[in-house]
Ligand binder design. Structure first.
Ligand SMILES: Nc1ncnc2c1ncn2[C@@H]1O[C@H](COP(=O)(O)OP(=O)(O)OP(=O)(O)O)[C@@H](O)[C@H]1O
Ligand SMILES: [Mg+2]
Length: 245
């Protein structure tokens, strides 16, 4: 199967430090790919290079056969690479609905149709769809600042989904969530799989083993191992380096 997203020998250096060292990964459409590894392994830097927040020093990022390595982050977002799950991009004084509508509007302004005004009904449908897919069951008219932390993270996810991602990057999505919210999140990621490729950076090994189709283990900027959850869980080298025996 040819991959939707191909990362080809990407390196990122910060001064003398090689944070990402010639990493190659190929992610098929609809796959949940977990990226795991110890602190400082280069996970966030790698996904930063994929979405364009971080400049790669060498290598290529290819989406659907097109080389997007030279595109800025906003252009990659328009093509469907969405980085989310950081409460930081929420507008606290705007309503839940308007936060998602802003994201949806950006998503709808892609391509030729972007030259036309965004139809109100299309926008409303996109907003409702994103809220439903994220499983955020709250009053959409309340300000985002009134939401509990876990719900703010779901709002962030709804905003990402409103952009109609092809590749959804989630960086430590369960951090700070309660156990019930983590269980909900696991279900949600499996529901997204199939229609969206998910790049999931996650320290919670239980979550990773439950939701990932495939796991890439990074260590010191390099791919240490790659395989199914079952293979990774039993890989002695991974256990030594990361899972703690
Ligand atoms: N902007 C930056 N400038 C300099 N060094 C950086 C920068 N960003 C990351 N690094 C360094 O690059 C290495 C990889 O960092 P990165 O944040 O990608 O790791 P990570 O795997 O996401 O770790 P964590 O699990 O703690 O989030 C670390 O040594 C980090 O200190
Ligand atoms: Mg990180």
């Amino acid at each position: 199967m040819s991959a939707l997203l191909e990362v080809d020998a990407v390196s990122v250096r910060f001064g003398g430090l090689t944070a990402v060292d010639a990493v190659s990964i190929a992610v098929p459409a609809g796959e949940v790919r977990a990226i795991i590894g110890p602190n400082g392994a280069g996970k966030t830097t790698l996904v930063g290079a994929i979405c364009g927040r971080v400049r790669a020093d060498s290598g290529r990022i290819v989406l659907g056969g097109a080389d997007i390595s030279r595109l800025p982050a906003h252009a990659r977002a328009r093509r469907g690479i969405v980085y989310t799950f950081q409460v930081t991009s929420i507008f606290p004084t705007l309503s839940v609905r308007d936060n998602v509508a802003l994201a949806a509007q950006r998503g709808l302004m892609r391509g030729v149709m972007g030259r036309l005004a965004v139809d109100r009904r299309v926008l409303d449908a996109r907003v409702r769809g994103a809220l439903a897919r994220a499983g955020l069951e709250v009053d959409p008219e309340q300000p985002a600042s009134a939401l509990a932390y876990g719900h703010q993270r779901l709002l962030e996810l709804a905003m990402g989904l409103a952009l109609a991602p092809r590749v959804l990057i989630l960086d430590e999505p369960t951090q700070g969530l309660a156990e019930g919210e983590i269980a909900h999140f696991r279900t949600l990621v499996r529901e997204l799989a199939g229609t969206v490729s998910v790049l999931l950076i996650e320290h919670n090994v239980e979550v990773v083993l439950a939701v990932a189709d495939h796991i890439t283990v990074l260590d010191q900027g390099r791919v240490l191992a790659e395989g199914t959850p079952r293979a990774i869980a039993h890989d002695p080298e991974v256990q030594r380096a990361y899972l703690g025996g």
